[in-house]
Design a protein around this ligand. Structure first.
Ligand code: AMP
Ligand code: ZN
Length: 113
């Protein structure tokens, strides 16, 4: 497989500010935060994006979403937050390893859903 930034973050060869880890999921602070809290939640197994999901690997999405409320509570997002997934060129995906952005810590714009 070609170099993957998030696989390198997961295996520790590139440093990150970890906020959560379990058997299936790794989460760390976005290097260019778009909100006071901006965390990226990724499956430890490489999946390029949402288009690569299927019946065999979709359990990893469930694992990410089980981690999200735990991380949100840990980050003090008691008043809510937004979860975003960018897929492909038009979706604005820049890192080709499936990830979910958690954004919060302020009232977010009502634009872009
Ligand atoms: P996306 O545009 O949805 O593919 O999101 C990729 C995100 O990864 C962007 O919000 C970047 O700021 C973030 N990012 C890129 N490199 C790093 C890094 N080394 N550590 C943490 N976040 C990163
Ligand atoms: Zn990867």
């Amino acid at each position: 497989m070609d170099f993957c930034l998030f696989c390198s973050i997961i295996d520790g060869s590139i440093p990150s500010a970890k906020v959560y880890e379990d058997e299936y999921v790794y989460a760390f602070r976005d290097i260019n935060p778009q909100a006071p809290v901006h965390v990226l939640v990724v499956p430890k197994t490489h999946i390029s994006n949402t288009n690569e999901l299927n019946a065999e690997n979709s359990v990893l999405v469930a694992k990410c979403f089980e981690a999200i409320p735990v991380i949100a509570a840990q980050e003090g997002l008691t008043n809510g937050y937004r979860v975003i997934n960018n897929c492909g060129e038009d979706g604005g995906q820049t890192v080709k390893h499936l990830h979910f952005h958690i954004l919060g810590g302020k009232k977010l714009s009502e634009q872009m859903v």
